[in-house]
Design a protein around this ligand. Structure first.
Ligand code: LLP
Length: 431
């Protein structure tokens, strides 16, 4: 099911490069991205909007995987960018990302973050709460600047991956509540400030979605509010941002949406709703993160120790784990993989893949059919391109792995492996 080829030697390839050779050259654990998959994912969204002839921005949610090289690639593909912190904004600026196409998110943006964003001329701030409005007002006045703003609202939909529950009063730390007057109050305040260009609404209902139902429902609820503001105050939105969360395939059972069809469906729903309340179709913004980076990346590990518990299971241990992929430990996320150096060999049984951390919960995969495993085999785990490197940590003082980009038969390191010196470089000896 995975998008990677196998070469004549029976080795896995990414971007036309033998990943077993990459493991030899750069060491393991190693994140490897097939850049052409990143580009195709971007194009699925950007091109479809273009073909439909609607105004749109596809903002890559950089929390999924933010490095200078990644942001350069998504910029080349005509994407906009969603950042949620000063660190992500800084990375984007270092990558030369056009600041007018960057959108700033966050439920607790600091004065410093907002100031940096406004001073650099950020494309849009997605305002989350009243305290933030106060900070923005203060900065705009002090600096004599203006800024585009979207309002993040919680439409009262709980997405539960496969089904959606309407909740009267959503219990979420994000955004203004649509139904209890908060959104109206914020609207009036934003509209009253001549330094703020209030552009429209934003909602994000959840992640790893496999259906459009919840997104369409959210759009409907946003339009109800827009209808009210249109009638009451003559407000016509420039932008409607429906967030991200489009699912990817982690295992053979996962059935992700086709992104071009998703774009077509969202677009026709937005057009229809706008027409029904008598306003022009707003510019449509979406924010895919995982759908851009997830299936383009894999992680390579070297197999080390093994342990057989007769009648129970066989463990194989690899040289990484919850430090480079926190998702199994944090969300019981399920992954699949292959022995990259034995892809063509038949499976010999199922193993449990353990990480290297001193923690029983550090298990990458519980049940993975593999050919006969030997120490020094290279295990490739698929679909680790989103929220892998970006959530990597230094637990047990493991240095973060390197990242390699491969495309058209050429590989290039784009993040160096951390060194032990990196691990102690901020430590100060206690005198
Ligand atoms: N926009 C907003 C406002 C978001 O909060 C998120 C994700 C996205 C876009 C992008 O969602 P995506 O398309 O990547 O699903 N660490 C978790 C995912 C947390 C996502 C948080 N917000 C994971 O590893 O699954």
């Amino acid at each position: 099911y995975h998008p990677f080829n196998v070469n004549k030697a029976g080795h896995l390839e990414a971007g036309g490069v033998d990943v077993v050779e990459l493991a030899e050259t750069y060491g393991t654990p190693l994140y490897v991205y097939d850049v052409s998959i990143i580009r195709n994912n971007c194009r699925d969204f950007v091109r479809t909007f273009r073909e439909l002839g609607v105004r749109a921005q596809v903002a890559y949610a950089s929390k999924a995987f933010s490095t200078v090289a990644m942001l350069q690639v998504v910029n080349q593909e005509g994407m906009s960018l969603d950042v949620v912190s000063q660190g992500e904004l800084y990375t984007a600026l270092q990558a030369g990302f056009p600041v007018s196409k960057i959108h700033l998110h966050g439920n607790n943006k600091s004065l410093e973050e907002l100031t940096m964003a406004i001073e650099h001329g950020i494309g849009c701030i997605v305002v989350d709460n009243f305290y933030e409005i106060e900070l923005i007002e203060r900065i705009l006045q002090e600096k004599n600047k203006t800024v585009n703003v979207l309002m993040r609202v919680t439409p009262g939909i709980e997405s539960n991956t496969h089904h959606y529950i309407m909740t009267g009063n959503e219990d979420s730390k994000f955004g203004f509540n649509l139904s209890n007057g908060q959104a109206d109050q914020a609207f009036l305040r934003l509209r009253n400030n001549s330094s703020i260009q209030f552009k429209g609404l934003h909602s994000h209902i959840g992640s790893q979605l496999f259906e459009t139902e919840g997104l369409l429902l959210a759009a409907e609820l946003l339009f109800q509010k827009l209808d009210h503001w249109h009638i009451e105050y003559g407000f016509v939105p420039d932008v409607l941002n429906l967030g991200g969360g489009f699912g990817i395939r982690y295992t053979a059972e996962d059935e992700p949406l086709s992104y071009p069809s998703l774009v077509r469906e969202l677009t026709s729903a937005v057009k229809e709703q706008a027409a029904s309340i008598g306003i022009p179709t707003p510019e449509i913004w979406i924010e895919p993160g995982r759908a851009i980076a997830g299936n383009a990346g894999l992680t390579l590990y070297t197999v080390g120790s093994m342990k057989e518990i007769p009648g129970v299971r066989s463990y194989i241990s690899v040289d990484g784990g919850m430090t480079d992929n926190l998702r199994p430990a944090l969300y019981q996320a399920v992954y699949e993989g292959v022995l990259a150096n034995k892809v063509s060999q038949p499976d010999a049984g199922s193993v449990a893949v353990a990480g290297k951390c001193c923690e029983s919960g550090d298990m990458l995969i519980w049940d993975l059919p593999l050919p006969e495993v030997k120490p020094n085999d290279i295990l490739a785990v698929f679909s680790t391109g989103a929220y892998g490197y970006s959530m990597a940590n230094n637990y047990n003082r493991f240095p973060k792995p390197a990242v390699v980009f491969a495309e058209n038969g050429t590989a290039q390191q784009v993040v160096k492996r951390e060194t032990y010196h990196d691990l102690v470089k901020n430590d100060i000896s206690y005198e």
